[in-house]
Ligand binder design. Structure first.
Ligand code: S6P
Ligand code: ZN
Length: 189
Protein backbone atom coordinates (compact mmCIF):
# COMPACT_ATOMS: atom_id res chain seq x y z
CA UNK A 1 0.00 0.00 0.00
CA UNK A 2 1.09 3.58 -0.51
CA UNK A 3 2.79 5.27 2.41
CA UNK A 4 0.02 7.81 2.97
CA UNK A 5 -3.15 5.95 2.11
CA UNK A 6 -6.35 7.53 0.84
CA UNK A 7 -9.80 6.09 1.60
CA UNK A 8 -10.87 3.38 1.17
CA UNK A 9 -8.08 1.54 3.01
CA UNK A 10 -7.80 -2.19 2.39
CA UNK A 11 -7.51 -4.45 5.46
CA UNK A 12 -3.84 -4.73 6.40
CA UNK A 13 -1.57 -5.73 9.27
CA UNK A 14 0.48 -3.19 11.18
CA UNK A 15 3.62 -4.20 13.07
CA UNK A 16 4.36 -2.59 16.41
CA UNK A 17 8.14 -2.35 16.70
CA UNK A 18 8.74 -2.26 20.47
CA UNK A 19 12.48 -1.72 19.99
CA UNK A 20 12.17 1.14 17.52
CA UNK A 21 8.95 2.44 19.16
CA UNK A 22 7.36 2.76 15.74
CA UNK A 23 4.69 1.29 13.46
CA UNK A 24 5.23 -0.40 10.11
CA UNK A 25 4.13 0.49 7.51
CA UNK A 26 4.85 4.01 8.61
CA UNK A 27 2.83 7.15 7.92
CA UNK A 28 3.51 10.72 9.07
CA UNK A 29 6.16 11.31 11.75
CA UNK A 30 5.92 14.37 13.97
CA UNK A 31 8.74 15.69 16.16
CA UNK A 32 7.96 18.26 18.82
CA UNK A 33 10.83 20.22 20.30
CA UNK A 34 10.71 22.35 23.44
CA UNK A 35 10.01 25.51 21.39
CA UNK A 36 6.67 23.99 20.27
CA UNK A 37 5.52 23.90 23.92
CA UNK A 38 5.44 27.65 24.47
CA UNK A 39 3.09 28.83 27.30
CA UNK A 40 2.60 25.26 28.54
CA UNK A 41 5.16 24.90 31.37
CA UNK A 42 4.58 26.94 34.53
CA UNK A 43 8.14 28.30 34.66
CA UNK A 44 8.45 30.26 31.41
CA UNK A 45 11.98 31.44 32.26
CA UNK A 46 13.22 27.85 32.67
CA UNK A 47 11.36 26.91 29.48
CA UNK A 48 13.14 29.73 27.56
CA UNK A 49 16.54 28.65 28.93
CA UNK A 50 15.88 25.09 27.64
CA UNK A 51 14.88 26.42 24.21
CA UNK A 52 18.00 28.59 23.99
CA UNK A 53 20.23 25.76 25.22
CA UNK A 54 19.57 23.55 22.19
CA UNK A 55 15.78 23.26 21.94
CA UNK A 56 15.70 19.53 22.82
CA UNK A 57 13.21 17.06 21.38
CA UNK A 58 10.41 16.47 23.91
CA UNK A 59 8.38 13.87 22.01
CA UNK A 60 7.77 12.17 18.68
CA UNK A 61 4.52 10.84 17.21
CA UNK A 62 4.87 8.04 14.64
CA UNK A 63 1.64 7.19 12.84
CA UNK A 64 0.48 4.34 10.66
CA UNK A 65 -0.70 5.30 7.14
CA UNK A 66 -4.41 5.08 8.12
CA UNK A 67 -5.74 8.54 7.20
CA UNK A 68 -7.37 10.95 9.67
CA UNK A 69 -10.78 10.76 8.01
CA UNK A 70 -14.30 10.12 9.35
CA UNK A 71 -15.03 6.44 10.12
CA UNK A 72 -11.33 5.45 10.05
CA UNK A 73 -9.40 4.47 13.22
CA UNK A 74 -5.88 5.91 12.86
CA UNK A 75 -3.12 4.83 15.24
CA UNK A 76 0.10 6.41 16.41
CA UNK A 77 2.96 5.76 18.82
CA UNK A 78 3.97 8.73 20.96
CA UNK A 79 7.35 8.62 22.72
CA UNK A 80 8.04 11.27 25.36
CA UNK A 81 11.66 11.64 26.44
CA UNK A 82 12.49 11.84 30.15
CA UNK A 83 13.02 15.29 31.61
CA UNK A 84 11.49 18.21 33.44
CA UNK A 85 11.31 22.01 33.31
CA UNK A 86 11.80 23.35 36.84
CA UNK A 87 10.45 20.05 38.19
CA UNK A 88 7.46 19.88 35.82
CA UNK A 89 7.70 16.67 33.81
CA UNK A 90 8.05 16.60 30.02
CA UNK A 91 4.61 16.25 28.49
CA UNK A 92 2.60 16.51 25.29
CA UNK A 93 0.83 19.73 24.31
CA UNK A 94 -2.52 18.13 25.14
CA UNK A 95 -5.75 18.64 23.25
CA UNK A 96 -9.49 18.24 23.24
CA UNK A 97 -11.11 16.37 20.35
CA UNK A 98 -13.02 18.78 18.16
CA UNK A 99 -15.90 16.35 17.79
CA UNK A 100 -15.83 15.24 21.46
CA UNK A 101 -14.98 11.65 20.58
CA UNK A 102 -13.25 9.06 22.76
CA UNK A 103 -9.81 7.49 22.38
CA UNK A 104 -7.74 4.65 23.85
CA UNK A 105 -4.08 4.46 24.77
CA UNK A 106 -1.98 1.34 25.36
CA UNK A 107 1.25 1.70 27.34
CA UNK A 108 4.26 0.22 25.52
CA UNK A 109 7.46 1.30 27.32
CA UNK A 110 8.42 3.29 30.38
CA UNK A 111 6.22 4.93 32.97
CA UNK A 112 4.00 7.93 32.65
CA UNK A 113 0.50 9.13 33.06
CA UNK A 114 -2.56 10.36 31.33
CA UNK A 115 -3.87 13.68 32.62
CA UNK A 116 -7.47 14.45 31.66
CA UNK A 117 -9.57 17.57 32.18
CA UNK A 118 -13.18 18.23 31.19
CA UNK A 119 -13.18 21.90 32.09
CA UNK A 120 -14.20 21.21 35.72
CA UNK A 121 -12.63 17.98 36.95
CA UNK A 122 -9.15 16.48 36.65
CA UNK A 123 -8.34 12.79 36.35
CA UNK A 124 -4.94 11.09 36.41
CA UNK A 125 -4.22 7.55 35.22
CA UNK A 126 -0.85 5.92 35.90
CA UNK A 127 0.39 4.34 32.68
CA UNK A 128 2.94 1.55 32.19
CA UNK A 129 3.42 -1.24 29.61
CA UNK A 130 0.11 -3.02 28.90
CA UNK A 131 -2.07 -0.49 30.73
CA UNK A 132 -5.02 0.60 28.60
CA UNK A 133 -6.05 4.17 29.32
CA UNK A 134 -9.54 5.14 28.20
CA UNK A 135 -10.29 8.77 27.32
CA UNK A 136 -14.05 9.36 27.29
CA UNK A 137 -15.61 11.96 24.96
CA UNK A 138 -15.25 15.50 26.30
CA UNK A 139 -12.02 14.98 28.24
CA UNK A 140 -8.96 16.91 27.06
CA UNK A 141 -5.89 14.69 27.38
CA UNK A 142 -2.17 15.21 27.94
CA UNK A 143 0.52 12.56 28.42
CA UNK A 144 3.38 12.95 30.88
CA UNK A 145 6.65 11.02 31.24
CA UNK A 146 7.15 10.50 34.98
CA UNK A 147 10.11 8.13 34.69
CA UNK A 148 13.82 8.15 33.88
CA UNK A 149 13.40 6.35 30.53
CA UNK A 150 11.39 7.23 27.41
CA UNK A 151 7.64 6.72 27.94
CA UNK A 152 5.87 5.32 24.91
CA UNK A 153 2.22 4.48 24.16
CA UNK A 154 -0.03 3.50 21.28
CA UNK A 155 -3.07 5.69 20.59
CA UNK A 156 -6.14 4.62 18.60
CA UNK A 157 -8.63 7.37 17.82
CA UNK A 158 -11.53 8.29 15.52
CA UNK A 159 -10.24 9.71 12.25
CA UNK A 160 -12.32 12.87 12.51
CA UNK A 161 -11.55 13.57 16.19
CA UNK A 162 -9.18 16.44 15.38
CA UNK A 163 -6.75 18.16 17.76
CA UNK A 164 -8.27 21.19 19.46
CA UNK A 165 -5.15 22.79 20.97
CA UNK A 166 -6.84 26.19 21.41
CA UNK A 167 -9.23 24.61 23.94
CA UNK A 168 -6.21 24.03 26.19
CA UNK A 169 -5.04 27.63 25.74
CA UNK A 170 -8.49 28.79 26.83
CA UNK A 171 -9.22 26.34 29.66
CA UNK A 172 -5.81 25.20 30.90
CA UNK A 173 -5.53 21.65 32.18
CA UNK A 174 -6.72 21.79 35.79
CA UNK A 175 -3.43 20.41 37.15
CA UNK A 176 0.28 20.30 36.46
CA UNK A 177 2.46 17.25 37.09
CA UNK A 178 5.69 17.75 39.05
CA UNK A 179 8.43 15.50 40.33
CA UNK A 180 7.57 14.51 43.93
CA UNK A 181 9.54 12.79 46.70
CA UNK A 182 8.03 9.38 46.02
CA UNK A 183 5.35 9.80 43.37
CA UNK A 184 4.39 12.42 40.79
CA UNK A 185 2.74 15.41 42.41
CA UNK A 186 -0.32 17.03 40.87
CA UNK A 187 -0.47 20.75 41.64
CA UNK A 188 -3.15 23.29 40.71
CA UNK A 189 -2.69 24.91 37.30
C1 S6P B 1 -4.40 11.82 19.05
C2 S6P B 1 -3.73 11.25 20.27
C3 S6P B 1 -2.20 11.24 20.26
C4 S6P B 1 -1.57 12.66 20.43
C5 S6P B 1 -0.07 12.59 20.68
C6 S6P B 1 0.59 13.94 20.79
O1 S6P B 1 -5.76 11.95 19.26
O2 S6P B 1 -4.24 11.77 21.44
O3 S6P B 1 -1.71 10.65 19.11
O4 S6P B 1 -1.85 13.45 19.32
O5 S6P B 1 0.18 11.88 21.86
O6 S6P B 1 -0.10 14.79 21.67
P1 S6P B 1 -0.54 16.25 21.22
O7 S6P B 1 -1.36 16.76 22.33
O8 S6P B 1 0.69 17.03 20.93
O9 S6P B 1 -1.36 16.05 19.93
ZN1 ZN C 1 -6.42 12.64 21.24
Amino acid sequence: MSQFAEQPVEPFAISLDREGLSLWPEGPVLTRRMSALEHLFADTVAWRIAVDAGDPIVYTVRSSPVPELRAELPQSVTTILPGAIAGEFYMTKGHQHQNLEGEMYLGIEGTGGLLMFNGRNVRWLDMKPDTIGYIPPGWAHRSVNTGAEPYSFLAVYPGDAGHHYEWVREHGFGSRVFRGDKAPQLLPY
